[in-house]
Write a protein of this length. Structure first.
Length: 173
């Protein structure tokens, strides 16, 4: 387990295990109109060799979010990220993304990509603060309302993490 920093407090970051899936499914249901099933998460953890998932906990041990990605060659593709509804806007999303970026880098990934709803400006702003840039649109990507997805890429995960650490060090002084 490692410590991750959000905008306002510290969180514990660990790899997702089967014991975490029930809590993850509850967060998933709070977050998405078409949530992944329990079976989908179990399958990701037990059968998908490219999948890596993390969970974020407060000091009390309460799970407050999770994120996942697939590693393909030197690229990481974020599959999902979600924060408990009563813990949003508290730096949990930042902690999840920094945790995923660090894990991807440790596994040899140099680049990271994700899709985000074109209407989700706050998520787009978070990703931009972390170094992601817009690279295109996937038309009618989301099944619930056929909304377009903005494709975002981060080239140079290690450089982005270094910049983030430098900013956090400067903020602490």
């Amino acid at each position: 387990m490692q410590r991750g920093s959000g905008d306002e407090m510290e969180y514990a970051v660990s790899l997702m295990t089967l014991a975490d899936v029930d809590d993850v499914v509850e967060i998933e249901k709070q977050s998405f109109p078409i949530p992944w099933s329990r079976a989908a998460f179990v399958d990701e953890l037990t059968r998908n060799e490219r999948a890596l998932y993390i969970v974020i906990r407060e000091e009390s041990g309460t799970m407050v979010g999770y994120g996942g990605m697939w590693l393909v060659c030197d690229e990481a593709h974020v599959t999902n990220i979600a924060v408990r509804s009563d813990r949003r806007r508290r730096g949990v999303g930042t902690a999840i993304m920094i945790g995923l970026m660090g894990l991807a880098q440790s596994k040899g990934a140099n680049r990271m990509t994700l899709e985000v709803r074109v209407s989700n400006r706050s998520a787009q702003e978070l990703y931009a603060r972390l170094g992601f840039r817009s690279a295109g649109v996937r038309p009618r990507y989301y099944m619930d309302n056929r909304e377009d997805a903005l494709i975002m890429w981060l080239d140079g995960i290690s450089g982005a993490l270094g910049e983030l650490c430098g900013r956090q060090d400067a903020d602490a002084q």
